[in-house]
Write a protein that binds this ligand. Structure first.
Ligand code: NAD
Length: 442
């Protein structure tokens, strides 16, 4: 089938690559012309494991191309995906201006009937608005526009795996034609075992927000437990292991630490709360989830402060800056909130991240960047682990002990092995876990 993808960011590019990989003929379009030129040359605009190879092979095979021209992308397409950004407004409401612009631009250049699949995360009711926008722009084609909601569930860092072998596909539509075309489009995935869930359009839109809100709630639940565990001299990791052994609860996402970040959870939670309020329901639970998430970062900063007393003229090495491992995405990164708080309090912060280095400069100009964890640690009064990158599991703690000014670690992700860290002479502080003093020599 012929597929056009409007917006080729984290979601749109993965959509382009996965659709081309299963044999569809795909054209990607983005408002950023530089991105179009570099993608056409096979250059990835961000770090996402495995995607670059498939981008290049599908471009070379002629199944995937990029164009800054909407008309060129949309001409002859069976399905147009809308994958543009939906950033939060100051009120918390999702800003849907890019979605409206993209929908209108598609309608204006459409050459015939189309299925428009909304992949950006939008509040319930948006698909109807989208269809109305398109119909107003092209009254002659109004009956031929079938808008469907097709929320994206990919996880950054595992995006390719999630796109090629999805746990579930979700399509909400209000026309038989919309469902039929999407069924055909996803046939290569469903034939390989991916379940396709079909719903009405509002339920699909709500299901995406509900899923993200629930996952955020699980993280905040673990973080609230961490605060209680600290007060009760208990270990949150032991508690969540016990809870997670219950299949009804599950261990995944029951993780205490600095809390959630990224481009989805924080903004989607607030947007969902805003939507609920607009519809007349006060979803107070979500307010608490966000509050507990903010407190998680503050708890980590308080641990550094407790360990170092005054932060002025203290040097803190921050390991991991991206919002989670396996991505260079720093949008709403909790680690960067820690950096800002420490800098505001007078500390000098030197950060290291395996992938997210350069983009951080603009975001937190006062954060110094190191080329590796050891350079970051040199002369540091405290090491803070901000993101649980797998490569931090093999840090040489004896070498770090020789480089630091004070042997103190604050593990913001409960990620490190306390025995290994304390054996090298460090005092180990974690989130919701007892502090462990350095192991005695020998
Ligand atoms: P992104 O910022 O990485 O990409 C958005 C792209 O849209 C950019 O390349 C931008 O240049 C382009 N764009 C903006 N306006 C445009 C327009 N009018 N026409 C053409 N292109 C335009 O954002 P993202 O992370 O890909 O997120 C996109 C949507 O998908 C959001 O609604 C997000 O909530 C949702 N989502 C994101 C993820 C994720 O993990 N990032 C997962 C699921 C859903």
């Amino acid at each position: 089938m012929r597929v056009a993808v409007i917006g080729t960011g984290h979601v749109g590019l993965i959509t382009c690559v996965s659709m081309a990989e299963v044999g569809h003929d795909v054209a990607g379009m983005d408002a950023d012309p530089d991105k179009m030129a570099s993608l056409a040359a096979g250059v990835m605009p961000f770090y996402e494991p495995g995607v670059g190879e498939l981008l290049r092979s599908n471009v070379a095979a002629g199944r995937l191309r990029f164009t800054p021209d909407t008309a060129d992308a949309v001409a002859g397409a069976d399905v147009v995906f809308i994958c543009v950004g939906t950033p939060p407004r100051a009120s918390g409401e999702a800003n849907l201006l890019a979605v409206e612009h993209a929908a209108r631009a598609v309608a204006v250049v459409a050459t015939g009937p189309l299925v428009v699949a909304q992949k950006s995360t939008v509040p319930a009711g948006s698909a109807h608005r989208l269809r109305r926008t398109m119909a107003l722009a092209r009254p002659d084609l109004a009956d031929g526009f079938h808008v469907v909601s097709n929320p994206e569930f990919l996880r950054e860092g595992h995006a390719l795996e999630d796109a090629l072998r999805p746990e579930r596909l979700l399509v909400g539509a209000e026309s038989v034609r919309g469902h039929e075309v999407m069924r055909q489009l996803y046939l290569p995935f469903t034939a390989a075992g991916a379940p396709l869930i079909e719903t009405d359009i509002h339920s699909a839109e709500l299901a995406k927000h509900a899923s993200n809100a629930f996952l955020s709630m699980k993280i905040s639940f673990a973080n609230a437990l961490a605060r209680i565990a600290e007060l009760a001299d208990a270990d949150v990791e032991a508690i969540v292991d016990v809870m997670g052994a219950d299949a009804r609860i599950g261990r995944e996402f029951l993780g205490a630490g600095l809390g959630y970040g990224g481009y989805c959870f924080p903004k989607d939670l607030v947007a969902f709360q805003h939507l609920a309020a607009t519809l007349g329901y006060d979803f107070g639970l979500l307010r608490e989830v966000a509050k507990i998430n903010d407190e998680a970062v503050e708890a980590a900063v308080a641990k550094v402060r407790e360990a170092l007393w005054n932060l002025e003229a203290k040097r803190v090495a921050l390991l991991g800056l991206s919002f989670k491992p396996e991505t260079d995405d720093i949008r709403f990164s909790p680690s960067l909130v820690v950096a800002r708080r420490l800098i505001e309090s007078g500390a000098e912060v030197i950060g290291f991240d395996p992938q997210a280095g350069e983009s951080v400069r603009a975001e937190v100009p006062d954060l110094e960047l190191a080329a590796d964890p050891y350079e970051a640690a040199r002369g540091a009064h405290c090491l803070v682990l901000g993101t649980g990158w797998e490569e931090f599991r093999s840090l040489d703690w004896d070498k770090l002990a020789e480089l630091v000014a004070f042997p103190i670690v604050v593990d913001g992700r409960n990620f490190l092995d306390p025995a290994e860290v304390t054996a090298a002479g460090f005092t180990y502080h974690a989130m919701g876990r007892p502090t462990v003093a350095p192991a005695p020599p020998g």
